[in-house]
Design a protein around this ligand. Structure first.
Ligand SMILES: [Zn+2]
Length: 449
């Protein structure tokens, strides 16, 4: 490294061998010299540029933009990068020379087709700590800053879609739902507004929800990700973390404006991802049937002049992941006593050390973003979700369990285990399950799959 280069780029770092694939790309984009890794935990002397973030401020301008782009490290004001886990694929694309590291998104015409305006719940540091409520509005709210060269990216995108679920055609035929030509069409197609939300964590708020100190939180995140984010330890001035995890997708039925009005009937299901059932129709659990039941209820509420909302959280296998989940299936089905409801939670704990890491305490944030204060029809039997909503002051008027006829046969193990563990039932169906009976409900063994 020459003296000249050092004066151009005083960043602290280590010399790296440079690959030929990256070299032409780098020249083409006239990037600064990148022969050494620049640690964001060591800010360059005299650099100004990163805007302050005042979490919970009343306006976007006062709050300040969330900047997680690496295009200009001097502008960054968060820990981590955009796009959750997909940030790793972006890194691969840059390493392979397929993506310019200084590419900035062209946001022309990407703005939402419906209004989700600021709500009183967006203010303060208590009610929203795991997403950026201004995330869908950055192109408009920070137009000037973007024009000045700040790489400010949306963390929420909203669009419209038509969805086609074969079950809805069956529901139409059976008369459970009726076409209205607007929300639900004659052929079973359904019109929705959908929103994709990336996690944006305000670390002091996350720590408070978990009842731990911010230092404890930062340390565990740093250590348990294999020291992936050194800024967690060295940059206590940065309070925002973009974690490498999945986000949330919303599907909204009926008029979006109804959600915050307080005057309209709202149906809602909060659904945590179960790829095997949701997409592939596995019969070992009730996930897809429950999701479809939730969608039917959402359509019915929208048709009565209200709205329906599906909150789809990327928290596969109670946020333990699909590998753990499949290991647990095997352990359950090879259990000498058979795959019983009695052993349902126990086997998860044997493999993972814990039954569930979804942390429903963070789940109500999205309702505060939408301005929802009351849910009239809550399609869920989970007490954890119900309690989290109650703790955040969001009223749930009526809880709707899944009808018995929608439960797949092999999923009766799961259902009985959940009911015995205190999940909600309405007492009408096969609801009451005595603990003595739990050894009787058995799923198929592995050789009879
Ligand atoms: Zn499932």
């Amino acid at each position: 490294m020459t003296e000249d280069k050092r004066s151009e780029d005083p960043g602290i770092g280590h010399n790296l061998p440079e690959t030929k694939a990256v070299e032409p790309e780098r020249r083409a984009n006239k990037q600064p010299d990148q022969k050494h890794i620049v640690l964001s935990s060591h800010p360059r002397k005299g650099v100004v540029g990163a805007p302050d973030i005042h979490w919970g401020a009343a306006t976007a301008k006062l709050r300040g933009p969330v900047i997680g782009s690496q295009a200009n490290p001097q502008q960054r004001n968060v820990i981590g990068v955009h796009s959750g886990a997909y940030g790793v694929y972006r890194a691969l694309a840059i390493a392979a020379g397929k993506l310019s590291p200084i590419h900035r998104p062209d946001l022309t015409n990407t703005f939402p087709p419906v209004d989700i305006p600021p709500q009183p719940q967006w203010q303060g540091t208590e009610r929203i700590v795991s997403m950026d409520p201004w995330g869908h509005l950055v192109a408009a709210e920070f137009r000037d800053e973007i024009a000045q060269g700040f790489d400010i990216r949306p963390t929420i995108a909203i669009t419209k879609a038509r969805i086609q679920l074969p079950e809805l055609q069956g529901a139409l035929r059976s008369g459970r739902v009726k076409a209205d030509g607007h929300i639900l069409l004659e052929n079973g197609d359904t019109n929705v507004v959908k929103a994709a939300i990336e996690p944006v964590w305000y670390l002091p708020g996350i720590a408070k929800r978990l009842g731990i100190s911010e230092t404890q939180l930062r340390r565990a995140l740093f250590e348990q990700t294999g020291a992936m984010f050194s800024d967690l330890i060295t940059r206590h001035d940065r309070k925002i973390f973009l974690p490498p995890i999945g986000g949330i997708t919303l599907y909204i039925f009926g008029d979006v404006a109804n959600l915050a009005s307080g005057m309209h009937e709202i149906a809602c299901r909060v659904h945590d991802e179960c790829n095997g059932s949701d997409v592939f129709g596995s019969d070992i659990c009730t996930c897809r049937p429950y999701l479809v039941h939730g969608i039917e209820e959402c359509i019915l509420s929208a048709q009565r002049g209200g709205s329906g909302l599906i909150v789809y959280n990327r928290k596969e296998g109670r946020a333990l992941g699909e590998v753990v989940k499949f290991l647990v299936y095997n352990a359950r089905k090879r259990n000498p006593a058979g795959d019983t409801a009695a052993a349902y939670f126990e086997k998860t704990e044997c493999v993972a050390g814990v039954q569930d890491v979804r942390f429903q305490d963070l789940m109500p944030d999205v309702f505060n973003w939408l301005g929802i204060r009351r849910i009239d029809r809550w399609i869920s039997m989970s007490n954890m979700k119900f309690d989290a909503m109650a703790q955040h002051g969001i009223e749930i008027v009526k809880r709707i369990p899944i009808p018995d006829e929608m439960i797949p046969r092999d999923a009766s193990v799961e259902m009985d285990a959940k009911k015995a563990a205190g999940y909600f039932t309405d007492g009408t169906s096969s609801a009451a399950v005595a603990t003595d009976d739990l050894a009787d409900t058995k799923g198929r063994t592995l050789d009879r799959y």
